[in-house]
Structures are given as structure tokens and as C-alpha cells.
Design a protein around this ligand. Structure first.
Ligand SMILES: *Cc1c(COP(=O)(O)O)cnc(C)c1O
Length: 402
């Protein structure tokens, strides 16, 4: 068990802690599951884009799936090779497309015919050929939270099969576009293999169809979405996941691309927060902590569950129900509702688990709270990888008032 108490003392609270050895282990399992085929694992940077995390991922040999030019630049900054960088996302600005093309990344993932038009125009202007992939929305229910479900026609993502086919034909005939890939991403925190199997089958058929039109797809991108265990979910055995995709791809000579975010970094992270005080209003017991929804918004945004342990009091016998809440002026500012907790004192340390994905990257300065520090654990050593923001950092970009 990690000595969270010393870490909180050394680096202050609240604090994010990431165990890099866990990332390595998760990466190795995934790579092993895919070993029967050529594969490229592109980490979805939006899950955790700290430069040291990206550097660690780069050292493992992974690429990056990016959803803004900022993420593309982060990936390049830590030395991820350009041929392992993908630019996805439902809306890209012209200047982002231009910079991605100038950096000659592996491919740009298109999500509409309109976007293809912009990319074609910009590539033409620059005198380059844009390698593109098309995100196909297979209309499959990933059976996850509606906010993180993306593969249904009611979602804004991707294009339907008929539009995709039209787009591929257009791209093939364009002198500025090279259609090299096909892509789906049906949602996040998926805990069953079936939606992946169905989506892979639908897209593999489209690839065969395109082949007969002399459109040769080289990269088959199955997106991210593999879930982790936050509470009592059963997760997908990666061997089954890989086999389901392999069987859909049978007979096709393509490189398998996968874009895991949460799977790679979710379990490695802990959010540490100290108890300020308890408050009981006669109806309810509240544990008020120094961390808040601006630091970790998943419970507020999705009603997500994160297991919480009281460091040093994990085995306390006497507990009662409490809500763990932050200091922000919103009723939605909570980390847990109605969980059993022992009696707590000022400075007791709570460990919020599985906080490595969509934690820090979704944090904000709401209520003029400084974003917290981030620490890496690697082979028994801890090191600061992002300093806590100061008041000066908070106001740094604001102009002097008159
Ligand atoms: C968010 C996202 C991912 C990663 O999703 P996870 O559920 O974290 O694995 C992968 N691909 C795309 C296009 C995304 O938007």
C-alpha cells in the first residue's frame, strides 16, 4: 500500500498521484492481447495529458490520439513520433487542421463531409496530401452512461455508413486526400465485448466493400472505450476483446489501431483530499473536504462512483452514512453520497481511487481555486510532475485593471 500520508505531507493537499508502474502493466496486457496482428496503441491524451504521463506512454512505444492541436503539440513535445499521432474530434478549426498537416501526423480523423471539404481545401492550399480516416457511427448501443455514449445516430459523432462510402469515393478521387483509415469510437467505460464485436463487424464489411472499389484501407481504428472497475463492474477480458476484433477482421490485411484512455490511466490514479470538518445538520452527515468538483468533476458530471478510503482507518468498525462534499458553492459539488465512513477529524486523509483518467484534465479554476499538484510514483520513487498553481498563476493572464 502506498504511503499516501507522507505524500500528502510532502506535496500538500489536495493532490493527484499516478502510479506509472500500473500504466506500464496495463499497456503490456493490451499489447499482449493484440500480438497476433500488427497494432498501434494510441493513448487518448484527453484522459490524462500531463507531459510526464505522455512521456511515460511514449517510452512504452505508444502513440497518441488527440482531440485538439494542443494535444497534438503535447504529444510532439514529449517525442511521440509524428507517424503515431492521430487527430480526432467532431470540430477542428482551420488553423488546427493546417498545423496538423504541416506536422505530417499519421492521419486526421474526419467526422463529417463538411469537415472533409475544409481538410481538402487546406491540404490543397499547402500543396500536401492529407492522410485521412473516417469516423463511422455504426448506430450501436454501447450500454454506458448517455453522456459517454457516442455510437448512436442521436449522437453528434461520426457519419453513417452511406455517407462514409460517399466520402471515401470522393477522397479517392481527390488529389489532396488519401483515405488510409477507418475509425469507430462508440463510447466510454464499456463493460461488454458485444458492442465492440458488432461495431467491428459492421466496419470490417465496409472495408471489404471499399476494397472492391479499389479503396485500400490500411488502418482499422477501434477507438477507445474499454471500461475499468470503479465499483463492482465486471470488466472485459482483453483477450476476448482482441479476439472479437480479430474475428471481424479475418482475411483483411490492416493494422489494428486502438485508442485507450481510461483503460490505460484510470486505475493508476489517486486523488488525495483532507477532511476540513464534519457537519451534521440534523438530517444528514456531511464530510467537508479540501478537494472539490473543480478538481475531480466526474461524480458531479456523470454521477460517477469513485471508491473512497480513509487512510489509516480502512478497517474502522463503527461507521455511519455520510456525503463527502467540497467547499464549492454548488449542490453538485460532491465526491460521494451516502457512503459508510468512520468518525472523522480535521486533517484525516481521504483517498479517492481510480482517479487517473478524466480527473486532472477536466479540472478548472472555478471559485478561483488553484489547480492541484500532480505526483508520479515509479519503481518506489515519487516525484512532482506538475506544481500546484499559485495565486500569481491564477491571475497571470489577466490585464492590469484601471
Ligand atoms: C475519448 C476518446 C477515446 C478514449 O476513450 P476511453 O473511454 O477513455 O478509452 C478514444 N478515441 C476517441 C475518438 C475519443 O474521443
Amino acid at each position: 500500500m502506498v504511503d499516501f500520508s507522507s505524500l500528502a505531507q510532502k506535496y500538500g493537499s489536495p493532490l493527484y498521484v499516478y502510479d506509472f508502474d500500473v500504466i506500464t502493466q496495463k499497456f503490456t496486457v493490451l499489447k499482449e492481447a493484440f500480438k497476433a496482428r500488427k497494432s498501434l496503441i494510441c493513448f487518448a491524451a484527453k484522459a490524462n495529458s500531463n507531459l510526464s504521463v505522455l512521456k511515460h506512454i511514449a517510452k512504452l512505444g505508444a502513440g497518441c490520439d488527440c482531440v485538439s492541436i494542443g494535444e497534438v503539440k503535447r504529444a510532439l513535445h514529449v517525442g511521440i513520433p509524428k507517424y503515431k499521432i492521430i487527430f480526432s474530434g467532431v470540430g477542428k478549426r482551420d488553423d488546427e487542421i493546417e498545423e496538423a498537416l504541416k506536422n505530417d501526423i499519421l492521419m486526421i480523423n474526419l467526422e463529417s463531409e463538411e469537415e472533409m471539404g475544409r481538410v481538402e481545401m487546406i491540404a490543397q492550399k499547402l500543396g500536401v496530401i492529407a492522410r485521412i480516416s473516417i469516423r463511422v457511427n455504426p448506430n450501436i448501443d454501447a450500454k454506458t452512461h448517455p453522456y459517454i455514449s457516442t455510437g448512436l445516430h442521436e449522437n453528434k459523432f461520426g457519419v453513417d455508413i452511406d455517407s462514409a462510402k460517399r466520402m471515401y469515393i470522393h477522397a479517392k478521387n481527390s488529389t489532396s486526400l488519401d483515405p488510409v483509415g477507418i475509425h469507430f469510437h462508440i463510447g466510454s467505460q464499456i463493460t461488454e465485448v458485444e458492442p465492440f464485436r458488432e461495431a467491428a463487424l459492421v466496419l470490417a464489411n465496409l472495408v471489404r466493400n471499399l476494397k472492391s472499389l479499389k479503396i485500400d484501407i490500411k488502418f482499422f481504428d477501434v477507438g477507445g472505450g474499454v471500461g475499468i472497475q470503479y465499483k463492482d463492474e465486471t470488466t472485459i477480458p482483453l483477450y476476448d476483446y482482441a479476439q472479437a476484433i480479430f474475428s471481424a477482421l479475418s482475411g483483411l490485411d490492416v493494422t489494428l489501431v486502438c485508442e485507450p484512455g481510461r483503460y490505460l490511466v484510470g486505475d493508476c490514479g489517486y486523488f488525495l483530499t483532507r477532511v476540513l470538518y464534519e457537519k451534521n445538520n440534523g438530517f444528514k452527515r456531511f464530510v467537508i473536504v479540501d478537494g472539490a468538483m473543480n478538481d475531480l468533476i466526474r461524480p458531479s458530471l456523470y454521477g460517477a462512483y469513485h471508491e473512497i478510503e480513509v487512510y489509516g482507518k480502512e478497517n474502522a468498525q463503527e461507521t455511519s452514512l455520510a456525503d463527502v462534499v467540497g467547499p464549492i458553492c454548488e449542490s453538485g459539488d460532491f465526491f460521494a453520497k451516502n457512503i459508510e465512513l468512520p468518525s472523522l477529524e480535521h486533517d484525516d486523509l481521504l483517498v479517492v481511487k481510480s482517479a487517473g483518467a478524466y480527473g486532472f484534465t477536466m479540472s478548472s479554476n472555478y471559485n478561483s481555486r488553484s489547480r492541484v499538484a500532480e505526483v508520479a510514483l515509479e519503481e518506489g520513487e515519487d516525484r512532482l510532475i506538475r506544481q500546484r498553481e499559485s495565486f500569481e498563476d491564477l491571475i497571470a493572464l489577466e490585464r492590469k485593471y484601471l
